[in-house]
Design a protein around this ligand. Structure first.
Ligand SMILES: [Zn+2]
Length: 327
């Protein structure tokens, strides 16, 4: 059976296939309508109208993420500009600055991100990669039958919607891919030309400047944006690895070291995770990890993503990092 639909607009649904064809068809039809018609009442008056430059950014992000899909043998999947909603700051109610909303089949971004263009592009790329990953739905059985997500990339909500698995690895892969694409954009995209020229000039003229907080050199290979603030100070931004990415890198290194017969280098291991992110089939990743370390490693990793703190669900990334270090 095919793991993905050739038409990526349609997501496979588990837990219902073949059981109730009429319901399945209706769900698929509704999901397609939602994808194509983004007029949600809840968003009325809350969005910023997109500029010509926003459209250019979205086009660039679509092309770059499609190229990645092609590398893994998948067809192009374009996210229309109307599925990307730039929400006015005063209506933004979320802790994060952007997210992929599977329910609306849309990307939501706090428009204030756009103050720094490359950061807005980064958010578009990041959420597009979630959107363009393997997406599937599930119909939970039992008394409270409901339609919910199953997989968004490697990030899997178990059958029955009881627990998460690979949430943090999935995020780490997306962060890694996004940073790479952002760095390509900085050298290529015409809408970043001015920002890039200003960064280069400031870097050349202030090569010895230090960060007043850390005492370290202000400019390094990870600096992606800089500006003079008018009081003689330079503000700069740089790419930094998150804890999730650090954890993923350690895991990848350990998998490579212990499977040199299978992988030529670390990138091959990363590609294996990325392939599954695009195609689904997370069982292959469970097997890879459990075979590399010991049976039950994935179950132990899962516990950190489904822990509790003060009676609330808690994703214990720091605990998971330590666990991976000790593997
Ligand atoms: Zn994400």
């Amino acid at each position: 059976m095919e793991k993905f639909s050739i038409d990526p607009v349609n997501e496979p649904i588990i837990g219902i296939a073949g059981v109730n064809n009429e319901l399945e068809e209706r769900i698929i039809r509704n999901r397609k309508e939602d994808f194509l018609n983004q007029d949600f009442k809840e968003l009325e008056g809350k969005e910023v109208e997109k500029t010509f430059e926003h459209i250019k950014m979205i086009d660039w992000a679509n092309a770059a993420t499609n190229e990645l899909r092609r590398k893994f043998g998948l067809p192009d999947f374009n996210i229309p500009a109307q599925n990307i909603h730039l929400i006015k700051e005063e209506f933004w109610k979320h802790e994060v600055r952007a997210f992929f909303e599977s329910k609306y089949r849309a990307i939501m971004i706090n428009e204030s991100v756009g103050v720094i263009k490359i950061e807005l592009l980064g958010r578009i790329l990041h959420e597009m990669l979630h959107f363009k990953s393997y997406n599937s739905l599930q119909f939970t059985c039992g008394n409270d039958q409901k339609l919910t997500r199953h997989q968004v990339g490697l990030d899997t909500l178990s059958h029955g919607a009881k627990k998460y698995i690979f949430k943090n690895f999935n995020e780490a892969i997306i962060e890694k891919l996004t940073a790479k694409l952002e760095s390509n954009a900085l050298g290529q995209a015409d809408f970043l030309r001015k920002d890039k020229d200003r960064l280069d000039a400031l870097r050349t003229n202030n090569a010895d400047s230090v960060n007043i907080n850390s005492g370290e050199l202000l400019f390094n290979e990870n600096t992606y944006w800089a500006e003079e603030d008018g009081n003689g100070f330079i503000r700069a931004r740089e790419w930094k690895k998150s804890i999730k990415e650090e954890m993923f890198d350690i895991l990848v290194d350990k998998i490579y070291q212990r499977n040199k017969n299978r992988f030529d280098d670390k990138n091959m291991v990363i590609d294996e995770f990325t392939r599954v992110m695009f195609y689904g089939g997370f069982k292959e990743i469970i097997k890879l990890i459990d075979d590399t370390f010991w049976p039950g490693t994935v179950q132990a990793l899962e516990k950190f993503e489904n822990s509790e703190k003060d009676g609330k669900p808690f994703n214990d990334v720091v605990g998971q990092l330590q666990f991976v270090k000790d593997l």
